[in-house]
Design a protein around this ligand. Structure first.
Ligand SMILES: Cc1cc2nc3c(=O)[nH]c(=O)nc-3n(C[C@H](O)[C@H](O)[C@H](O)COP(=O)(O)O)c2cc1C
Length: 203
């Protein structure tokens, strides 16, 4: 048991957010396994309030990138706070999102706030944000375990994704995961993860 926890820790330390990808396609069966792994996540009242849209079609990726860069340009030029920009400086990111067309696969994640039943009444889910967050964590780890890198990308604002992908009104977009083989030439930002003492208290 100790060995496998140490092993997972060491493997997890190697996960990083690469923002450049190689063009080789992903294995779609592996994507399905990873999404099914995410689908095993615990959720409030077992409502499983998530939906994953998998995009490998180039034309869709080009359109999506165009739309994301449009909203991001406004965000970076007009909306971002000084503090937020300062925090982003170390990551060297701007409104351009080339990884959206470079990554062979994009997984767009939605949280299901409610569904409309046969009578047109709302049936709400619970703890949607928490449940989807757990599922995404499991998805990222499953992708990493399968040898894929993923970049958590959150366009701001991102509500347009709902109409873009024809998802129901009860769903809210949460993020886009760009997935593929990392381009190891990408200059990773130097980051330091917090220590155990900083993130945990034992009583
Ligand atoms: C909720 C969330 C939103 C994020 N949004 C973006 C984003 O929009 N663009 C981006 O380049 N990285 C984004 N990231 C990636 C973080 O910048 C990255 O995880 C962080 O800098 C730590 O680096 P690491 O993943 O390499 O450990 C996001 C991460 C999370 C968890």
């Amino acid at each position: 048991m100790t060995k496998s926890s140490k092993q997972l820790l060491e493997e997890s330390k190697k996960r990083r957010s690469y923002r450049e990808f190689l063009s080789q396609p992903v294995d779609i069966d592996i994507m399905k396994d990873c999404i099914l792994t995410a689908g095993t996540a615990p959720s409030g009242a077992d409502k499983q309030p998530w939906h994953f849209v998998v995009v490998t079609d180039n034309k869709t990726k080009i359109e999506l990138r165009k739309k994301c860069e449009e909203v991001e340009k406004t965000f970076y030029e007009e909306k971002i706070s000084k503090e937020w920009q300062k925090d982003l400086d170390k990551l060297n990111v701007d409104y351009q999102k080339p990884f959206l067309t470079q990554a062979p696969c994009l997984i767009v994640v939605f949280k299901e706030m409610y569904i409309l039943n046969d009578k047109g009444e709302k049936e709400v889910n619970y703890y949607q944000t928490e449940s989807v967050g757990i599922a995404i964590g499991m998805l990222i780890n499953a992708l990493r375990n399968a040898g894929y890198s993923s970049l958590t990308y959150t366009p701001s604002p991102m509500m347009f994704l709902r109409d873009f992908f024809n998802r129901p009104k009860g769903e809210t977009p949460v993020m886009i995961l760009a997935v593929g083989q990392a381009d190891l030439n990408y200059q990773l930002p130097e980051l330091k993860k917090k220590t155990l003492d900083e993130i945990a208290t034992f009583i």
